[in-house]
Design a protein around this ligand. Structure first.
Ligand code: HEM
Length: 209
C-alpha cells in the first residue's frame, strides 16, 4: 500500500487524548509532592527519599499539590463528563465481567495477553482503567476531607474522620501508583499503543494482513 493510499482508523478521540496526558502530568505532580508532604508527618515507619519528591520543603510541596489538585479536578471532570455523555465509557470499557478479567489477568501474568486489535480494550484493560478512574475519585474525595475536615465532615465520617481519610488517601495513592507502573510496563510491551495515544489513530489493516 502506498503512503497516499494508507488509511487510518481513529481509536482515541481528541478529548480523551488531551485529558489523558494532562491527567498523567497532574497525577505525577500530585504523587511526588504528596510524598514530600507525607515525609513531614509519616503514617508508617518510613519516609520517601527526598530526591524522589517535589517541592523542596513542606510549604513548597503543598503549593505544588494544591496547584495540581485543581488541574486534576477540573481536567478529570472534563474527562468524566465526556466519557459518560459521548458514550465513550460504555463503548470502550463496558461490559466488564469478573470471569473475563480473571482469565485475561492470568494470561497477562503468563505473558500471553493478546492486544492485537487496538480498536478495543481487553477485559484486563477495561477493569484497570475503571479502577484507575475510581481510585482518582477516591483520592480527590479523601483529599477534600484532609484539606477541609470541618466542611467535609459528612464525607469524613465515612472514612474514619481526618486520620482515617489520611489512610484512605495513602492506600488509594499506593494503588494508583501500582496501576501506573503496570500501565507503563504494558505500554512498553505493546509499544504500538503509544503513538496512537498521541495521534489518536492507527493504520487500518489491509485485507489478509
Ligand atoms: C499517570 C497516570 C496515568 C493514568 C491515570 C492513566 C490512565 C489511562 C486511562 C484511564 C486510559 C484509557 C483512556 C480512555 O480510553 O478513556 C489510558 C490509556 C492509555 N495510556 Fe495511560 N494513564 C497514565 C499514564 C500513562 C503514561 C505515563 C503513558 C505512557 C507511557 C500512558 C499511555 C497510555 C496509552 C498508550 C493508552 C492507550 C492504550 C491502548 O490503546 O491500548 N498512560 N491511560
Amino acid at each position: 500500500m502506498s503512503l497516499a493510499e494508507t488509511s487510518y482508523v481513529r481509536i482515541h478521540p481528541l478529548p480523551v487524548r488531551v485529558t489523558h496526558w494532562i491527567n498523567a502530568l497532574a497525577i505525577l505532580v500530585m504523587v511526588l509532592s504528596g510524598w514530600r508532604i507525607y515525609n513531614a508527618s509519616p503514617l508508617f515507619g518510613f519516609r520517601f527519599p527526598n530526591d524522589w519528591t517535589l517541592g523542596g520543603w513542606l510549604g513548597g510541596a503543598i503549593q505544588w499539590h494544591f496547584a495540581a489538585m485543581w488541574l486534576l479536578a477540573v481536567n478529570g471532570l472534563v474527562y468524566l463528563c465526556y466519557g459518560v455523555l459521548s458514550g465513550h465509557f460504555r463503548r470502550k470499557m463496558l461490559p466488564v465481567t469478573p470471569t473475563a478479567v480473571l482469565r485475561e489477568v492470568g494470561q497477562a501474568l503468563r505473558g500471553r495477553l493478546a492486544h492485537d486489535d487496538l480498536t478495543v480494550y481487553n477485559a484486563a484493560q477495561r477493569a484497570a482503567y475503571l479502577a484507575a478512574i475510581a481510585l482518582a475519585v477516591l483520592l480527590i474525595l479523601s483529599g477534600l476531607v484532609i484539606w477541609k475536615p470541618v466542611q467535609f465532615q459528612g464525607l469524613g465520617m465515612l472514612m474514619g474522620d481526618f486520620e482515617g481519610a489520611r489512610f484512605v488517601h495513602f492506600f488509594a495513592m499506593s494503588a494508583l501508583v501500582f496501576f501506573v507502573v503496570v500501565h507503563v510496563v504494558m505500554v512498553a510491551l505493546v509499544p504500538r499503543t503509544f503513538p496512537s495515544m498521541l495521534t489518536g489513530r492507527i493504520r487500518a489493516r489491509a485485507k489478509g494482513e
